[in-house]
Design a protein. Structure first.
Length: 282
């Protein structure tokens, strides 16, 4: 198993449309404690789910090329299923650093399922994307895949991250939409198809039928970052704390300062692709 001590310190940039990628940040902190982490949230266009793919791809590539030019990371981590499923090839073509994505863990589910009936809990956009279908066909074709594109779970997860108490009834409704489908009672493995859902994992495990295995790809992403840093050239850890950047600053953000401070960030700043970073304290 990889340890932080085995990986020389380097710089990473973690990207998501909102704060859902903080689950990946937590996994990186746990596995690679010496890693310098900057975080960029494209809050100006959050949520990504209902945006056209071509618009999103162009925006994500332009934004992240500018951010990498500015922040000089050794590795870029796309902690967003939507961004990963549509923009990874274009990003890898434009950037000269490793890019680690986060995609629905359908292949992983196919490896471990015993009933050969697997579930995917995701946003509605991820559930309907052709990329998800291709993952199923290529890596778990012998499994029946049951998906639920939840419209509210990402918002509930962000509220949970900020310290708000989420009622069991809200979570149970979404789980019933998954397990209540035909063959849903045979599901033995469920993959998280949205990085936000990490913050609801305890509730998923507690409220789902007994014996269901839940797969969170955040730990796998962290392991891949460790592998990349051991094999690719990289610099040394920056002296300052990691930066928490947003493309649009919040009007009000109760709980955000405390939540991000737990992961090593202090305050936040605004980032725009066309102008230098602008400090904006809290």
């Amino acid at each position: 198993m990889e340890t932080g001590a085995s990986v020389p310190a380097g710089r990473s940039l973690v990207f998501d449309s909102g704060i859902g990628g903080m689950g990946v940040v937590q996994a990186l902190r746990d596995l690679l404690p010496a890693l310098h982490i900057d975080y960029l949230a494209d809050t100006a266009l959050f949520p990504y789910g209902e945006q056209p793919d071509d618009l999103l791809t162009a925006r994500i590539v332009n934004l992240l090329v500018a951010a990498c030019d500015n922040l000089q990371p050794d590795v870029l981590v796309i902690a967003c299923n939507t961004a990963s499923t549509i923009a990874l090839p274009a990003l890898r073509e434009r950037l000269n650093i490793p890019v680690v994505g986060c995609v629905p863990p359908i292949r992983w589910a196919g490896r471990v399922s015993e009933t050969r009936v697997i579930g995917l809990l995701s946003t509605s956009a991820t559930a309907r994307r052709p990329y998800t279908l291709r993952l199923h066909q290529e890596f778990a074709a012998d499994c029946r895949l049951i998906t639920h594109g939840a419209r509210r779970l990402a918002d509930l997860a962000e509220r949970a991250f900020l310290g708000e108490v989420i009622t069991d009834a809200d979570i149970q409704h979404e789980l019933d939409c998954l397990f209540g489908q035909p063959y849903g009672d045979e599901i033995d493995t469920v993959g998280l198809g949205c990085t936000h859902y990490t913050f609801l994992m305890d509730a998923f495990e507690r409220l789902s039928p007994p014996g269901v295995r839940w797969l969170d790809p955040a730990s796998a992403v962290a392991r891949q970052v460790g592998t990349v840093l051991r094999t690719a050239p990289h610099g040394t850890e920056a002296a300052q704390k990691g930066r928490f950047l947003m493309t649009r600053l919040p009007h009000a953000a109760p709980g955000l300062e405390a939540a991000t401070a737990r992961l090593g960030f202090r305050g936040w700043e605004q980032f725009t692709a066309s102008v230098p970073l602008m400090a904006a304290g809290i």
